[in-house]
Design a protein around this ligand. Structure first.
Ligand SMILES: Nc1nc2c(ncn2[C@@H]2O[C@H](COP(=O)(O)OP(=O)(O)OP(=O)(O)O)[C@@H](O)[C@H]2O)c(=O)[nH]1
Ligand SMILES: Nc1nc2c(ncn2[C@@H]2O[C@H](COP(=O)(O)OP(=O)(O)OP(=O)(O)O)[C@@H](O)[C@H]2O)c(=O)[nH]1
Length: 572
């Protein structure tokens, strides 16, 4: 926490535990920049997955959370928006400001409320400013506010119930940007003049640190270790052993994997409003200013007892519409695309007032399926459609038609028409999302697949190639998420229209809409399971039955037996 531009996000990124925050375990930004496809961004920047860092004051808006780690201790880490005099006036009701200012301070206040330790950062090179002093006064006031039921016991639910238990938060002041010997060599008059004020606040001397260079992290580590020990003693927990936190992490790994849900769309279509409506609280900042959301905010949540990680993302404008020099917007789009790549299901939010799906939205839909994610469309702001002849159903059909024209494989993509602002039909979204994930991850029994193949080939056989009949002998699912199949044929390729026919028929038969169905053609002289000579003489198990057994066992074990096998062979 601290004034704008103090280096809070830089410190957040430094303390972020990349191991535990899997969302950030991808390769280099440069590499991902290439695969983003049509949406693209101009500046991959130096950042690799944390909060957006920029010299522009007021970059961070939402409260961003992750698991932090320092000195072997893991903890919940929160980045907040910069606090200045104006926002504090808003907080105390002295000034009526835009909903954005008010929402920013509410989010920051909530972060302070749920924390055991507040690291109050300021730019040590500037000395102590009036903004910092005001922030200190404000923090002292909220320091004695009730703390919610211990966040340790409530980490995943995100529902901070209030308790009457008063809790003292430790506030520590960090003088940032003092790398190397800057602190020792700087003229501290300005700082010392104001130290008395800080002392009066009972906050002790500032600790010189450099978030960018990592100086002073040992001091923060000692502080966190001390607080952790104290908290354990308070809660009556045994002394921490070295492996304790690792154990906790492993336990979390083994729990049911949450559904990763990314909320995507153009600016101002109502993504944040939808997230808040689903969560039933003002968790992210929503408002009429376009481009309000910047960081992709991931919120753990339970829907009907099922874990979900919902990610609100920045609105995506077409590259051409973005200002050339707007690095923050580029970074925000990059973050949104990263969230999409990690999602199981992506909800594309549209503004129903536009009547037609926009080119940019089609580009987002295209990126979602190219990345192998499952797509659901939310037609928002239906309350603003006053035309009685134009119903939610009409809109849903129009959207489906337009998507189909551009991307035939995306026909019948599920569309939910709703109004996030008044909550109408919002409850219909999550069942559709869960169904979409279930289908996307589905593994279809080989027998069922081959019966389907026989039927479709009987109905419409593949065209001859080079005067010879084309034979599709067998089909196997090599992978789910997205569904991927291997077609064993007597040719290396099947004509695209025929592949389309197979895909359409497959989608109709297995109800797999809103995702790419990947059909890979493999030339094979024989049906892979008809070779009886593979019988193991020792066990007597073999032929196609043995192969199929091993295949199914492999599929259960890894989900991608064939691809894995290939990879291993290459490595050798
Ligand atoms: N020299 C130096 N610069 C730093 C250090 N920490 C952060 N910065 C720079 O300060 C600028 C602001 O950093 P941010 O982390 O975005 O600051 P913030 O407090 O999150 O800013 P807001 O989002 O505006 O509240 C960036 O240009 C950083 O590179 C540091 O330790 N030393
Ligand atoms: N009438 C109406 N207004 C809505 C609805 N959903 C959102 N809004 C309004 O649309 C505006 C934008 O909402 P946000 O939720 O901030 O939109 P966003 O897509 O997150 O915007 P960015 O942060 O710019 O990407 C706000 O003024 C909302 O009140 C809706 O269902 N009906």
């Amino acid at each position: 926490m601290g004034p704008p531009n103090a280096g809070k996000s830089t410190l957040f990124n430094r303390l972020m535990c990349r191991e535990s925050n899997r969302a950030y375990r991808l390769g280099s930004d440069k590499k991902k920049g290439r695969s983003i496809g049509r949406i693209g961004y101009r500046n991959p920047s130096k950042r690799s997955g944390g909060a957006i860092v920029s010299p522009v004051a007021g970059t961070t808006r939402d409260r961003r959370e992750c698991i932090g780690s320092l000195g072997g201790i893991t903890f919940r880490l929160i980045d907040t928006a910069g606090v200045d005099g104006e926002k504090i006036d808003v907080a105390f009701g002295k000034k009526n400001k835009t909903s954005m200012e008010g929402a920013m301070i509410r989010q920051t206040m909530e972060a302070a409320r749920v924390s055991d330790l507040v690291l109050l950062l300021f730019d040590g090179r500037l000395g102590i400013t009036s903004d910092l002093l005001e922030t200190i006064r404000w923090l002292r006031k909220i320091n004695h506010a009730p703390k919610p039921i211990d966040s340790d016991t409530d980490d995943n639910s995100n529902s901070f119930q209030s308790s009457n238990r008063h809790h003292h938060r430790e506030i520590v002041i960090l003088a940032n940007k003092l790398e190397g010997d800057r602190w020792a060599s700087m003229d501290k008059d300005n700082v010392l003049d104001n130290l008395a004020e800080i002392s009066r606040a009972g906050l002790g001397d500032p600790i010189p640190v450099s978030a960018e260079h990592g100086d002073g992290m040992a001091d923060i580590a000692v502080l966190i270790a001390k607080l952790t020990r104290e908290k354990r003693a308070r809660l009556g927990l045994p002394e921490e052993s070295d492996s304790d936190d690792d154990g906790e992490m492993k336990k979390t790994d083994n729990e049911i994997k949450p559904l990763q849900l990314a909320i995507l769309g153009r600016q101002n279509v109502g993504k944040s409003t939808l997230v808040n409506s689903l969560l039933g609280e003002e968790r992210v900042i929503a408002g009429e200013i376009p481009g309000l959301t910047r960081d992709a905010i991931s919120v753990p949540w339970y829907w009907k007892g099922k874990p979900v990680k919902i990610v609100d993302t920045a609105g995506i404008r077409r590259g051409a519409k973005r200002e050339r020099s707007n690095e923050i917007e580029d970074l925000a789009v990059l973050d949104a695309m990263r969230a999409m790549k990690l999602a199981d299901v992506a909800v594309l939010v549209l503004d129903a007032q536009a009547r037609n799906i926009q080119r940019q939205e089609l580009a987002i839909a295209d990126s979602v399926v190219r990345e192998g994610r499952s797509l659901v469309v939310a037609a928002n702001k239906m309350d603003l459609i006053v035309d009685a002849d134009y119903t939610a159903h009409d809109f849903a059909c129009a959207v489906q038609d337009q998507i189909e024209q551009r991307f035939p494989m995306l026909r019948k993509t599920p569309v939910v028409a709703m109004s996030s602002l008044n909550g109408e039909n919002v409850h219909k979204l999550m069942p559709v999302v869960f169904k979409a994930r279930e289908r996307w991850a589905r593994v279809i029994p080989t027998g069922m697949l081959n019966r389907w193949l026989e039927e479709v080939v009987d109905e419409h056989s593949p065209p001859m190639q080079q005067g010879r009949p084309t034979k599709i002998k067998y089909i196997l699912q090599t992978k789910g998420r997205p569904p991927t199949f291997l077609l064993f044929c007597n040719v290396t390729e099947l004509p695209i229209p025929y592949l389309r026919y197979l895909t359409r028929s497959f989608q109709d038969s297995f109800d797999m809409f809103g995702m790419e169905v990947r059909l890979v053609v493999k030339k094979s002289a024989e049906n892979p399971f008809s070779n009886k000579s593979t019988t193991n003489k020792a066990t007597g198990v073999g032929g196609w039955q043995g192969r199929q057994k091993r295949f199914v066992a492999g599929l259960k074990r890894t989900g991608t037996p064939l691809l894995k096998g290939k990879r291993t062979q290459r490595k050798k």
